[in-house]
Structures are given as C-alpha cells and as structure tokens.
Write a protein that binds this ligand. Structure first.
Ligand code: NAD
Length: 487
C-alpha cells in the first residue's frame, strides 16, 4: 500500500494527528493507498495560501509570467496523462477510455485560461465632473477553497483551478475521499512547472476535513462541485463568513425526442447521456420523453444497445461501462430501482447486478411505465438508470421537461429548427444540447439553474468569479470641495 501526504507549500506533509483514510479500487476491492484525513491540516494549508496571496509573487507577477507557468503545467499534465488516467480509473472505476481522454484534455483548459491571464485589465470610466479621472482594475479575489467530487476528479478540479490560477488567486483544494490521489499528484506537477509555494495546496480527507475547509474564516471564496445536501452545508458556512460561493450540483436532465428526429443519432445520444460513465455524471440525461410515433422503435433500439454494453475491467480499452464507484453507490442505485418497481415501473433492460460480474456492476437499466410524479423521474440516481416516457402532440413538452427541481442540462432531438430553438428558449436549464449530448469545453460556461446550483465553471465568465473590481477616483484639479456634500 502506498502512503501519500498532503501538499502544502509545495511540500509533502504527513498528518500530525496520524489520521488516515484508505482508497481502494471499486473493480478489485484492493486497498492500494492511504492519504491523510486530518482536519488539523486545513489550518496549515489555508495559512500557506493566505501567505502566498498576501506576500507572495503569484498575485503580483504579470499575467504573462503566470500564463507561462500555467502552460508548463498543462504540458506536464499531458506528459503524465497516462498515469493520471490510470489512477483515476483505479479509484473510481470509470473506464480508462474516458479517464485517459479527460487527462489528455486538461492541458487545453490551462492553455485557454493562460491566454486570458495576460489580458486582465480594467476600464476608464466617464466622470461626472471633468476634474476626476476614474478607473477600474480587476484584482484577484484572494484565497479560494475548492471542494470537488469523485466522478471526474481532475477534470472538475481543473474547471476551477485554471481560471482561479489565471486570475492570481491562491487555493486550498479538497478532493473527494474516494479519489484523493490525483489532486496530490497534480500539485507536485504544478510545483515542477514553477508554481510558487503556497499557491496550490491540497488537503485530503472526508466530510470533516471538507467542513473544516468550507467553514474556515480566512477564505475569500468557496467553489464546490458535488451533491445538494453537502452544498447546503457549504452555502451555510459561506453565508456565516459572508463570502461568495460557486455551487455546481446535480441534475435530472431531460432528453426530448420528437417524431422527426434522426432515430439512430437520438439512440446514440440517449445512450451517451445515461450510460457513459455508468450514469455517474452530473449531466446524466436520466429522463427521456419520446414522441409516441417513434416510442416503440426507440425503446426497442435502446434496449438492444443497452443489453450489448460491454462491462468489465475499467482498465481494458474494450470495456464500455465499469463498476459503480462504491458500495454506498450500489446500494443507493439498486434501492432506487426497487422503489421505482414498487411504484409501477417496468424493467425494459437491466435493473439488477450483472449476472456474471456481480460486485458493483449494475447493468444498464431502462425503466418504462413511469411519469413525472414517480420518484425515479424526480430524484437524481447518479447511476446507469434511464426513465423513459411517451408524449403526444397534445402534451405540453415544455412543462414536462421543466417539471423538476433541477436545471442543469437538457437534450433536444429534432430536425425542425423552429421546434428545437423554440423549446431550448423555454427550458430552465444551464446547458441545452440540440442533436447532441454531453459536449463540454473550456470556452463554454457550465452550471445550473434552480437546485443544480449557481455560478459558472469554464468560459470567460469563470474568470469573473475569481476577480473583484477596484475603482479608483483621482482628483486632478486640486480644487477645494464642499466637505458636507456628496458627489
Ligand atoms: P458529495 O457532495 O458527497 O461530495 C463532494 C465533496 O464534498 C467531496 O470532496 C466530499 O468529501 C465533500 N464533502 C462531503 N461532506 C462535506 C461537508 N459536510 N462539508 C464540506 N465538504 C464535504 O458529492 P459526490 O458524491 O462526491 O458527487 C456526486 C454529486 O456531485 C452528484 O450530486 C453530482 O450530480 C454532483 N456533480 C455535479 C457536477 C456539476 O458540475 N454540476 C459535476 C459532477 C458531480
């Protein structure tokens, strides 16, 4: 078993209280590493980030210099992509095809935001009186706490790190207790790339460490990706400390398939939406509304394709779906399938563990005879379970699709552009894909409406979240003003 310490001030730091957590492979069950689970380390890490922000070079160096280090970080991540992808796959059971591709894509995020780092400026503003010169500057917000989940650990961390580093902030990261190792390795790679000490610190651990970080009084901002119940704790802590938060949360994203859709493309899109990553993605397209004219054909094709999905060793390039990430995940997902059945759902595919593999391998599941009132259509499963429903021309598909507490994403399948854009405009979600699903980019803002959170990762908007505006008024005339009058 390997032992990893926290990363603070570019150093490996072992826990002073000797508290550890173990990380294991959901595929083999093997415990392969241990990492600190030490709330005490949070104070040390935040102090390091504070010192680096208040006294260090990072927020004070030019954007060109910061960008150069970020580009080096991106390039080194690509050099290490194979190892990083393998470790993520080992820790969360996602297939190497996806974790490997994600690790290779990280560089593009650091490159994109490096390209923004050297363009942070300000404005000269019109003055109410000619004797003033008024200008604004965009300055980094300060020390950020970043808490991320296990399903795409480095990718989701990078969505936060790239813009906050570009802006000149410093950070303490807490990765998920299920996938703690790659964030530690990323911190080492960042040190090799020349990131000054204290800029990027990583403390591993579970909920106690996360709570200590999110409640820390020396943070200036929190950015979080994860579940709604954790988000409530984090938002409460942020409110107590009067600091802003970004919350990227879950979803129950609808996929609407009209009768004029390219059926083959829609089948692919629905499969990609729910069975890629075993449905363990925030944007999982977990409820499908299919027009009655093509419903039977779509269900038949989806069931056939779902039953053909190859499950097995996530490290094997031929595998299409791995195990779910933990025993807790398996119990939750199977429990939700059972509840759906008691509410009348019919199992069209899956609905059980894989008969050969058992363990944490849940077969790709398609449930019919459900509607918007049933729990399987209302609650996030975070697993390979598609609830499929029929609609007719007379149903209000906008109301059906919007009838959810979540608002993360949606898919629309049709060849009719008026229909596609017309529905897209009505949907209360952060991302709409038309004749596509699960496409993301460094350049494109990503985040939710409603209970799917607030704030955005990615795109230029992500930079704004880590910058504050400072306004300066310069009196140019030297004239004496009435001290008792505003203006
Ligand atoms: P989670 O909320 O259980 O954990 C997320 C992180 O919070 C982990 O690092 C965890 O250790 C930490 N944490 C747990 N309790 C805490 C507390 N009391 N205070 C502070 N931190 C605490 O979520 P998860 O199970 O890791 O991930 C699954 C959830 O994440 C799903 O709901 C999914 O939809 C969501 N998600 C959202 C996005 C998005 O971008 N919108 C992306 C991926 C996952």
């Amino acid at each position: 078993m390997q032992t990893y310490g926290n990363r603070i001030n570019n150093q490996q730091v072992m826990p002073t209280d000797d508290r550890w957590l173990q990380t294991s492979s959901p595929y083999t069950g093997e415990v392969w590493a241990r990492v600190p689970d030490s709330p005490a380390a949070v104070d040390t890490a935040v102090a390091a980030a504070r010192k680096a922000f208040d006294e260090g070079r990072w927020p004070r160096m030019s954007g060109v210099e910061r960008a150069a280090i970020m580009r080096k970080l991106g390039a080194l991540l690509t050099e290490n992509a194979e190892t990083l992808g393998q470790i993520e796959s080992r820790d969360n059971g996602k297939i190497i095809r996806e974790t490997g591709a994600q690790a290779k894509a990280l560089q593009s995020y650091y490159d994109f935001f490096a390209g923004v780092a050297d363009k942070i400026g300000g404005d000269v503003l019109p003055s109410p009186n000619p004797n003033f010169l008024i200008y604004t500057e965009k300055v980094p917000i300060g020390v950020v706490g970043a808490i991320v989940p296990w399903n795409s650990p480095l990718m989701l961390l990078t969505w936060k790190l790239a813009p906050l580093l570009a802006s000149g902030c410093t950070v303490v990261v807490k990765p998920s207790d299920i996938t703690p190792v790659t964030a530690l390795l990323l911190a080492d790679i960042a040190a090799d790339a020349g990131l000054p000490e204290g800029v990027l610190n990583v403390v591993t651990g579970g909920a106690e460490v996360g709570a200590k970080l999110s409640g820390h009084t020396d943070l200036d901002k929190i950015t979080f990706t994860g579940g709604g119940s954790t988000a409530r704790h984090i938002a409460t802590a942020a409110a107590q400390n009067l600091i802003p938060a970004i919350l990227e949360l879950g979803g129950k994203s609808p996929q609407v398939v009209f009768d004029d859709a390219d059926v083959e493309a829609a089948v692919n899109g629905l499969l990609a939406g729910i069975f890629a990553a075993g449905g363990q993605t925030c944007v999982a397209g977990s409820r499908a509304y299919v027009h009655e004219a093509i419903y039977d054909e779509m269900v038949a094709r989806l069931v056939k394709r779902a039953n053909e999905i190859v499950m097995g060793n996530p490290a094997d390039m031929a595998t299409e779906m791995g195990p779910v990430a933990s025993d807790a995940q398996r119990e939750r997902i199977l429990g939700m399938i059972d509840k759906a059945k008691t509410e009348g759902a019919l199992v069209e595919a899956g609905g059980c563990l894989d008969p050969d593999l058992g363990g944490r391998f849940i077969r790709p599941t398609i449930l019919s005879n459900v509607d918007n009132q049933t729990s399987i259509v209302r609650e996030e499963v975070f697993g390979p379970v598609l609830a499929i429903m029929k609609f007719s021309d007379t149903d209000d598909i906008t109301a059906l699709a919007n009838d959810s507490e979540f608002g993360l994403a949606a898919g629309i399948w049709t060849k009719n552009i008026q229909r596609a854009h017309g529905l897209a405009k009505q949907l209360r979600v952060g991302t709409v894909w038309i004749n596509a699903y699960r496409a993301v980019s460094y350049a494109v803002p990503f985040g939710g409406f409603k209970q799917s959170g607030y704030g955005r990762d990615n795109g230029l908007e992500a930079m704004d979240a880590f910058l504050e505006t400072r306004t300066t008024w310069v009196e140019l005339s030297g004239a004496t003003r009435d001290p008792f009058v505003l203006g």
